[in-house]
Write a protein that binds this ligand. Sequence first.
Ligand SMILES: Cc1ncc(COP(=O)(O)O)c(C=O)c1O
Length: 385
Amino acid sequence: MLKGTFPIEKFKALQTPFYYYDTDLLKEALNVVKTEAGKYNYQIHYAVKANANPRILSIIAEAGLGADCVSGGEISASLRAGFPASKIVFAGVGKADWEIELGLDNNIFCFNVESAAELAIINEIAGVKGKVASVALRINPEIDAHTHAKITTGMKENKFGINIGQLNGVLADLKQMEHVKLIGIHFHIGSQITDLSSFQALAIRANEILEELEAKGFKIDNVNFGGGLGIDYHHPNHLPIAAFDNYFAVINKLLEQRPGLQVHFEPGRSIVGPCGSLISKVLYVKEGETKNFAILDAGFTELIRPAMYDAYHRIENISGDEEVEVYDVVGPICESSDVFGKDVELNKAHRGDLIALRSAGAYGEIMASQYNCRKLPASYFSDTL
Ligand SMILES: Cc1ncc(COP(=O)(O)O)c(C=O)c1O
């Protein structure tokens, strides 16, 4: 069983569970995304929601990316980590007044506006401050991302974005507003998208919308395709870098060029997902009547994706090399959804073995909770451990 390489001797001295980040892999992903995006002069704003660990954020800021934020807290974290305000975009269906004020006070690049009601409030708050807010309309493009229902965002029934049928009304409102300036359009259709045909459909929809806006006399300088590129959770050792090359090539092929049009993306998972692992210990091996359980000291409090999205993470016994046995790998939380994987093949597990849950760099540590009065997990980095 091919496993990731981990500094196991160093791990033995640490209290589990904890997150371990391979900073070389993160930097490699950043190099690839920059090189591939650079071919077309695409702008990249890292989606902070995927992982806001301060060290991770500062490595990404140092690489020169912008930030995609969905809360005032994320704007503050991004500024602290060194992202310039001029590269911060701010999305979210429920921006509170103080969050809008924070964005305006820091002169962020753009508010990605998700409703007519929100647009009116941004106009009002900007007016009080004597400012003009740069806005992009987040349009719900009605495109199926062919991913898990809980991470699909671009369908009519989802709460995100302005429905195409309501766009004309919002544009009419915009013409009356003095404190907002339309600089672009924005989409985000979902996450963990591995079928690139969804992005093909999105590029074609963007052409249609841009044409319609131009016909109405709006000059659109920016189109933002959001995030969503998936990673290979099944093969973290063979395929640790997401398919940025194919992704950008698809958009470049189908999006009609327009003079002065700047294209933006907001990848999260594809940048940080592969570099993180949740490291845990086997507390008990419980032999049930129909199956064996490997009970870990990590649970959904540290990594909620399997419980929340039925997500798969590759699980490895990094201490063991005995013959493979089959276990349900579970956590200690008092909920029956606290299961990391059923019928998982692991090298024979013993109390104290270290277990790695791979590809946990995105939507892992950031979603940790203190349910059951548990401690939040620590984090360690390959270059400083
Ligand atoms: C507006 C927006 N942009 C970008 C992302 C990042 O998506 P991903 O991590 O799939 O790249 C998300 C995630 O939900 C999002 O809501």
